[in-house]
Design a protein around this ligand. Structure first.
Ligand SMILES: NC(=O)c1ccc[n+]([C@@H]2O[C@H](COP(=O)([O-])OP(=O)(O)OC[C@H]3O[C@@H](n4cnc5c(N)ncnc54)[C@H](O)[C@@H]3O)[C@@H](O)[C@H]2O)c1
Length: 469
């Protein structure tokens, strides 16, 4: 038994098989029956949630430690089509499945008396992770054009899923993900982790409880593009060794390799993502949906408000300036725009306003900021009720905590699949209206535009064979 480890006395209610398994692992399993609590609690090896982590790029530097930090789960495998390279968001990031595996092995090695651990496997093909019977859940932290294929395959394989935001590449793909998750009775947590931020929750609770009066207008922010387009006339560049580019492209149209196409910067090309609209909008518009309680619905009208797009022929073709308006059936209007500092949402009501973003919460009247949500009022779910501090920086680990709790309880997490789909849908609707530059009528129940075939065709994209949903 390690020094300082808490002990429990084994009661007769434990199943013999469980006890024997624990006893075999513990030198302390002799009379009196005292064994480490880690052998019988949720952290017991037999009860741990086994995770396969797919996508070891930029966001894995946040999400992977968030999984590793929870003792009741164990990352058994990582997967990436890139062996290891630079070329990610920042110059110092050296990422891919090899560094991903080393991160996991080093983390668990540090916890062992021997100081050695080599148990994490690394794969190029995500289907090899899904084929493992000992993997309970997967994290999908790959570019958006892969989300639907991986989520649907994972659901069919009986795995629960933590899928990064924006949940989908298209509205039809999002609906297919909802269907698969529900049909196979899986848990899915969308990586819109601001739902686990106490500030965001408080802001949404103020709105839900009518503290700003009748909600009238919501302003949501997205950041500026933070990369330079190689521009018209760009030429292919050499590919990193050990990078399976063909699989990276997967269902997307074939295109020559360029160093600014794939890692991190994929988000500025419509073949793989939706630009900053879907990237940041999946957070800010998600807050709007949560505050309105419209997780299973959406707006009824969308129109462009002067969006700007890059010149044709460049590598990047997503909006350089986002600007659209969405109207809801209850009269609330949502205006989504490129603005500083890049992430934020402001709710305006008949009696005040509340703002939430990188700078924390601001309210009018100011007294709202310190007001308490009473016992008889609407309370939104707290992702990690065991956390005692309200510090905001914990929200990704708490979002993962909420996912793990949901796997055990089989109850929906704080950002379930339908919510992720509907929040991403607002961003996709915005992109479609901004591209077509006309006002569109949307039926959130049927999920189709009224009398606009061109707009309806933009709800889905063909997949490059052999990939199909
Ligand atoms: N929650 C957040 O705040 C947040 C922040 C950043 C990114 N994200 C999301 O995370 C996802 C990944 O973004 P990123 O910035 O990490 O991108 P990235 O390009 O830095 O990393 C993605 C990794 O996935 C790998 N990959 C691509 N296709 C694969 C496949 N078929 N199988 C296995 N691996 C594959 C790539 O090789 C790459 O290493 C995106 O959906 C993005 O929107 C979320």
């Amino acid at each position: 038994m390690g020094t300082g480890e808490r002990c429990v006395v084994v009661s007769g209610s434990w199943k013999r098989r469980e006890f024997l398994k624990a006893a075999a692992l513990s030198a302390a399993a002799c009379a009196p029956l005292v064994v480490p609590s880690s052998l019988f609690g949720a952290n017991a090896p037999s009860k741990r949630i086994h995770v396969g982590f797919i996508g070891c790029g930029n966001q894995s530097t946040i999400d992977l430690p968030a999984f590793l930090g929870h003792d009741d789960c164990r990352v058994l495998a990582v997967c990436d089509v890139n062996t290891a390279s630079h070329g990610y968001r920042t110059a110092d990031q050296f990422l891919g499945r090899k560094p991903g595996r080393e991160t996991v092995n080093a983390f668990y090695a540090a916890k062992k008396a021997s100081g050695s651990y080599k148990g994490c496997d690394a794969y190029n093909d995500f289907r090899d992770v899904l084929a493992r019977n000992d993997v309970d859940a997967v994290a999908v932290v790959v570019p958006d054009h892969w989300h639907a294929l991986m989520v649907v395959a994972a659901a069919k394989a009986g795995k629960d899923v933590y899928c990064e935001k924006p949940l989908s590449l298209t509205i039809r793909q999002g609906r297919a993900m909802v269907r698969a998750v529900r049909e196979h009775k899986r848990i899915l947590q969308t990586g819109s982790h601001y739902r686990s931020s106490p500030d965001n929750r408080f802001g949404c609770e103020l709105v839900r409880n009518g503290r700003i009066g009748q909600l009238q207008r919501i302003l949501t922010q997205v950041a500026k593009i933070n990369a330079v387009d190689p521009g018209p006339g760009w030429k292919p560049t050499p590919m990193p060794e050990g990078f399976d580019y063909e699989t990276w492209l997967g269902p997307a149209p074939w295109a020559p390799y360029h160093k600014d196409r794939c890692f991190y910067r994929f988000r500025f090309n419509l073949d793989y993502s939706g630009g900053q609209v879907t990237n940041f909008g999946a957070h800010s518009n998600d807050a709007a949906q949560w505050a309105m309680g419209s997780d299973d619905s959406g707006p009824i009208e969308i129109e462009d408000l002067g969006s700007e797009w890059p010149p044709k022929g460049g590598l990047y073709n997503t909006a350089t300036r986002t600007a659209f308006r969405a109207r809801y059936a209850n009269g609330v209007e949502l205006i989504c725009k490129t603005d500083e500092p890049g992430f934020g949402v402001r709710f305006e009501g008949s009696e005040g306003w509340v703002e939430y973003g990188y700078q924390g919460v601001k309210t009018h009247p100011q007294s709202l900021k310190t007001s308490k949500i009473g016992p008889g009022e609407i309370h939104l779910p707290v992702s990690n009720p065991r956390r005692t501090t309200e510090a905001g920086q914990y929200h990704v680990p708490d979002h993962v905590r909420n996912f793990l709790e949901s796997i055990r309880s089989r109850q929906d997490p704080v950002a379930p699949v339908e919510a992720g789909h509907r929040s991403a849908s607002i961003c996709h609707l915005g992109n479609i209206a901004m591209l077509l530059k006309r006002k569109l009528q949307w039926d959130p129940l049927k999920e189709q535009f009224a009398g606009d075939d061109e707009a309806n065709r933009m709800l889905s994209r063909p997949m490059r064979p052999p990939w199909k949903l």
